[in-house]
Every structure is written in structure tokens, then in C-alpha cells.
Write a protein that binds this ligand. Structure first.
Ligand code: TGC
Ligand code: FAD
Length: 384
């Protein structure tokens, strides 16, 4: 950021700065020139998957199995830069890394890890994560997708909704209820009884694939069950990893909008003066910068604590909740400062603003995170 009051680089290692800067350059060269067109046409730029793999970003913070093994702060900085480009690009990386590769690493057998993770790190195989159902979003514990044992197979029936990467994925991590409680399965694209349908008409995350997953007597070999995943705790633990990344990513979208609004306000003349000279406009720009700086410190501290194994899921909820909220407000203010120009895709502002409406909802809505934190500080659960 041009006005870096906290001198953030002084809080980072050389390696962290190097990783952030190389992703920044990648976004400048490869994402910014194409993203508006992808957003317009409603397509994910599939060709960049290999580039993301080349940068070591897929499974970046995992160790072994051909993953880069960078720390959580470096990974967060990388996601910040990806989302400076577009939330859809960051979403792809989040799902592949935190919801699929991490899930396999944490809950998979040795065979599952050695088979899937290297291919996913190289971008040869794409994954998706199916937890949400048409009737159960915030309340995944009530899921109705069922898995029944049948000899060496499990038979899955039900559906999953709003699944990022759904139809482009080679493998889906699918959570289903069974007589033995909630279990996780690696459902390959070719599994009999498995199909996908893309969700069209989105105003948000248009450069990302969002699908329904349908299971009609879908047969999955028992070797494809995640053996160490037991109960709702397993999918919720995957969410912690992804929510952490979103806390950083949202700042990237906020930076893009803040910088756009600042530049615009200095060159847009009204009443004979740049609009940046009006106190009301300066007030908005100051609010934006102020909240971004606080968000940076929160993300960085959460990352440092995560690297030390000390970041609780409540802290991660707080970081996701705060940073997405302020980023969305920054985008809305930037849209306002740009006046009518703010509604076109000549500027990235409306695109980021619309994307963040999804980011506010997915990985636990803003209000669900309020309740997670509320429960922690009062000791009283208020979901039900
Ligand atoms: P509850 O009884 O509280 O918990 C069940 C068990 O899980 C444990 N637990 C956690 N463990 C690890 N991490 C967490 N964050 C955890 N939260 C809870 C808990 O201790 C308990 O363990 P045990 O051993 O006692 O059984 O469950 P609940 O049914 O009351 O639900 C709690 C609630 C509402 C917080 C939770 O269900 C929730 O987080 N809901 C929001 C759902 C959500 O975030 N869905 C996201 C779907 S994936 C997605 O959106 C991907 S977007 C991808 C992209 O494009 O980036
Ligand atoms: P609901 O749960 O129906 O919530 C609706 C409203 O009610 C919200 O405002 C919510 O805060 C509020 N509410 C709900 N319960 C309470 C309560 N107890 N107290 C107060 N308020 C409450 N899911 C996946 O599994 N995998 C994915 O890859 C994935 N990708 C997604 C991509 C996109 C673009 C989007 C939009 C969603 C994606 N999701 C994914 C789904 C996402 O996780 C859910 O949308 C989210 O968890 C909320 O569920 P819901 O939409 O059913 O809303």
C-alpha cells in the first residue's frame, strides 16, 4: 500500500516479503488484465491453476507430499494478493488448499495422502468441499445427506449446494451422515450416481464456479472414506483453516478499492476542486485506511499465533468476521466516492463489493461468527 503507516514490512521476514511480492506481481501480470472479462462472462480462468501451482500456492502451508511448507503468515499474505485480483481466485486457492488438501492431510489414510496431495499441489487435480445442503447452511450438523454401508462400498444419497469448484473438481470431499455419525468421503468425479449442476445467475463471485452436487445411490469404495474424520468436528476444523485465509484475503479486496478511490478522488474535479479536497470525502478515505490498518494487524497477529499453534477457532472467527465486514464497507465507500463511475467494470470496485457479499456469507455468515464469539465470551450458546 502506498501509505504504509505501520511499515508492515518491518513486521515481516524476508521470505514473507518475497512471497507476497511474487504473488503481487503474478496478479498484476496474469489476473488483472483478464479478470473483468471473466467476471462478465461468468467463467473461472482455469488456465491459471497451473500458475498457482507453479507459485507453490496450492497446499502452500502443508509439509511434505510436494507441498511448499511455507508459514501461515506467508500464506495469508499470498491470499491477500490473490484477492486484490479477485475473490474468486482466492476462493479457488482456499478450497483446494484448506478445505480439500488440509482435510486429506488431517483425516486421510497414508494411501489417500500420497495419492491425492502431490497431484493437487501440482494443479493436476482439482478438489471441492461439500458441506452445505439446500436446507442446511449455517446448521450443517442437521445435514440429511446419508451414507449407508454396503459391503466394501458406501452408498451416498442427497445433495450439496453452493459448492465452489463443484463441476470442475476431480474429487469432492463430501460430508454425510451415517449410523456411525458424520463421515467424510473422497468422491471421484467418475463415481456412479454422482453428478453436478452449476448455479447460474450469480451477481457475486462470477469468476468462480459454484455448483450443486447430486448423489443418487452414489457408490464410493470404503477406501475412499476419510478414516480419521469423526463427527461434525472434522468438517468444522477444516473451516478454521479456510476462515483464516479469508481474514487476509478480504484485505486484498479492500486495498484494491481504497487505492482506486484515493486515485479517483484526486483526479475527479467538482465545484472546481478535486473531490479529495472535500472534508466528507477525506473522512471516508481516512475511515478506509484506518480499518485496513487495524485489519492488517489482526490478520498478522492471528497468523503469528497460528504459526505457534495458539490461534483458537474463536480468534479466527473474530478475524474473518471483522476483516470481511470492514472490507465490504471499504468497497461500498469506494463505490460511493466513484459516483456513477463506481457502478461500471471500468473500475474493480463494484466487482469486489459484489464478491464480498458472498464472502460475508460463506465460511460462516457474519452473524454466525458473532454467535461463536458471543458464546465464547458469555459461556451461553445462542444458536438454538
Ligand atoms: P457444535 O456442537 O458447536 O460443534 C460440534 C463439534 O465440533 C466442535 N467444533 C469445532 N471444532 C473445530 N473447529 C471449529 N470451528 C469448531 N466449532 C465447533 C465442537 O467442539 C463439537 O465437538 P465435539 O467433539 O464436542 O462433538 O455444533 P453446532 O451444530 O452447534 O454448530 C455450531 C456452528 C453453528 C458454529 C457451526 O456449525 C458453524 O460453524 N456453522 C457455519 C457453517 C459454515 O461455516 N459452513 C461453511 C461451509 S464451507 C464454505 O462455505 C466454503 S466457501 C469456500 C470458498 O469459496 O472460499
Ligand atoms: P442460512 O443458514 O439459511 O442463513 C440465512 C440467514 O439467517 C443469515 O443471515 C444467517 O446469519 C441467519 N441465521 C442462520 N442461523 C442463525 C441463528 N442461529 N441466529 C441468527 N441468525 C441466523 N458451502 C460449502 O459447503 N462448500 C463450498 O465450497 C461453498 N462455497 C460457497 C460459495 C458461494 C459463492 C456461496 C454464496 C456459498 C458457498 N457455500 C459453500 C455455502 C455457504 O457456506 C453457506 O451459504 C453459508 O454457510 C450460509 O448458509 P445459507 O446460505 O444456507 O444461509
Amino acid at each position: 500500500m502506498k501509505k504504509d503507516l505501520i511499515r508492515v514490512d518491518e513486521l515481516l521476514t524476508e521470505e514473507e516479503i518475497l512471497i507476497r511480492n511474487s504473488v503481487k506481481e503474478f496478479v498484476k501480470q496474469k489476473i488483472n488484465p483478464i479478470i473483468e472479462e471473466n467476471f462478465r462472462s461468468g467463467n473461472f480462468p482455469l488456465h491459471i491453476v497451473k500458475d498457482l501451482a507453479g507459485l507453490g500456492l496450492l497446499g502452500a502451508y502443508l509439509n511434505g507430499y510436494e507441498c511448499a511448507g511455507i508459514n501461515n503468515v506467508s500464506y495469508g499474505l499470498a491470499l491477500q494478493e490473490l484477492e486484490y485480483g479477485d475473490s474468486g481466485i482466492r476462493s479457488f486457492c482456499s478450497v483446494q488448499t484448506s478445505l480439500v488438501m488440509w482435510a486429506i492431510m488431517e483425516y486421510g489414510s497414508e494411501e489417500q495422502k500420497s495419492y491425492w496431495i502431490p497431484k493437487m499441489a501440482k494443479g493436476e487435480t482439482i478438489g471441492c468441499f461439500g458441506l452445505t445442503e439446500p436446507d442446511y447452511g449455517s446448521d450443517p450438523g442437521s445435514m440429511v445427506t446419508k451414507a449407508q454401508e454396503d459391503g466394501n462400498y458406501w452408498i451416498i444419497n442427497g445433495s450439496k449446494m453452493w459448492i465452489t469448484n463443484g463441476s470442475i473438481a476431480d474429487v469432492a470431499v463430501v460430508w454425510a451422515n451415517s449410523k456411525k455419525g458424520i463421515k467424510g468421503f473422497l468422491v471421484e468425479k467418475s463415481s456412479p450416481g454422482f453428478s453436478t449442476r452449476d448455479i447460474k445467475g450469480k451477481f457475486s463471485l462470477r469468476a468462480s464456479v459454484t455448483s450443486e452436487l447430486i448423489f443418487e445411490d452414489c457408490r464410493v469404495h470404503r477406501d475412499n472414506m476419510l478414516p480419521k474424520a469423526k463427527g461434525l468436528r472434522a468438517p468444522l476444523s477444516c473451516l478454521n483453516q479456510a476462515r483464516y485465509g479469508i481474514a487476509w484475503g478480504a484485505l486484498g479486496a479492500a486495498f484494491a478499492c481504497y487505492e482506486t478511490a484515493l486515485e479517483y478522488s484526486k483526479s475527479r474535479i467538482q465545484f472546481g476542486k478535486p473531490i479529495a479536497s472535500f472534508q466528507l470525502v477525506q473522512n471516508k478515505l481516512v475511515w478506509m485506511l484506518n480499518e485496513i490498518v487495524k485489519g492488517q494487524l489482526l490478520a498478522l497477529r492471528t497468523g503469528r499465533m497460528k504459526d505457534e499453534g495458539k490461534a483458537s477457532h474463536v480468534l479466527i472467527s473474530l478475524a474473518k468476521r471483522n476483516n470481511v465486514e470492514i472490507a465490504l464497507e471499504v468497497c461500498r465507500m469506494a463505490r460511493d466516492i466513484l459516483g456513477a463511475s463506481g457502478i461500471t467494470d471500468e473500475y474493480p470496485v463494484a466487482r469486489h463489493m459484489l464478491n464480498l457479499e458472498s464472502v460475508k456469507t460463506y465460511e460462516g455468515t457474519h452473524d454466525i461468527h458473532t454467535l461463536i464469539i458471543g458464546e465464547d465470551i458469555t459461556g451461553i450458546e445462542s444458536f438454538r
